[in-house]
Design a protein around this ligand. Structure first.
Ligand SMILES: [Mg+2]
Length: 261
């Protein structure tokens, strides 16, 4: 017997498969295409996922990965011709194999560089990640240091003009530029011009703006599917807004695989 959850999933997949050339398939990376790991440099897409994206690209109108990671990292690990890649929560995008950045963000590279130097001295023992236009202080392996990391980020933000952004088991400093996963997806959909349906798969707070963007696109007449990827760290707020939920990156991969049926 089909229960409500199965019926919702069936409805979502049917909707997305209906006219693939007019459908966008966009996903987050960490916790969605890749299992969460302690050292972010060690994260890799799940086996089979690169091949799967490569099969989705020719069939769907848009296939993309939108992440908080630098585009350079994503492009290294997702070598898929035709895949749209956006990094640093919309501050960077891959265009024709070249990394382009939001112009207003560029002058902040130096400010981020100075903050990185200070972080190295002020936060011994914490992993500080240089993302070029932004930076991340990770406390996944040192949960007792979360307060230190957050307090330092707030101080640095108030003196530098950078803004604090919440992320999974980490805190980030970004240029004060209005860009997030939602704004970059909306801009891409409008620039594409030929999509009437879109799904986004996300697992974290940083994906809430993308879910918000899909809600606005739906208000403007698009068909949308927000896929919540449940991990032990996924915030309830994200799952509450999801149209369907899948279980971890394996579930996300199975969902994407089902789009090829
Ligand atoms: Mg994620």
């Amino acid at each position: 017997m089909t229960n409500g959850v199965d019926a919702r999933m069936h409805g979502a997949l049917t909707l997305l498969r209906r006219s693939p050339e007019r459908t966008g398939v966009v996903t987050d990376f960490d916790g969605t295409l890749a299992v969460l790991v302690d050292d972010p440099a060690e994260a890799r897409p799940l086996p089979g996922s690169v091949n799967l994206l490569g099969r989705l690209v020719p069939r769907y109108g848009l296939v993309g990965v939108v992440s908080g990671r630098p585009v350079s990292f994503l492009a290294d690990h997702l070598r898929v011709p035709g895949l749209w890649i956006s990094g640093l929560y919309g501050l960077e995008v891959m265009v024709d194999g070249e990394i382009a950045e939001v112009a207003e963000a560029a002058p902040w590279r130096q400010v981020v560089g100075a903050a990185l130097v200070e972080a190295a001295g002020a936060l011994p023992g914490l992993l500080v990640e240089d993302k070029g236009l932004s930076m991340t202080v990770h406390f996944r392996t040192a949960p007792g240091r979360e307060h230190d990391a957050r307090a330092w980020a707030e101080r640095m933000a108030s003196k530098s003009g950078l803004v604090v952004r919440e992320a999974k088991a980490s805190v980030e400093l970004h240029p004060p530029v209005v860009a997030d996963k939602g704004s970059v997806i909306e801009a891409k959909v409008h620039a594409h011009g030929g999509l009437d349906t879109i799904c986004f798969l996300g697992d974290d707070r940083g994906d809430l703006p993308a879910f918000g963007a899909l809600a606005r696109l739906r208000d403007n007449g698009m068909q949308v599917v927000r896929v919540g990827v449940a991990t032990p760290e996924t915030p309830d707020a994200l799952l509450a807004q999801a149209d369907v939920a899948v279980d971890g990156p394996e579930g996300a991969l199975a969902f994407l695989m089902a789009l090829l049926v």
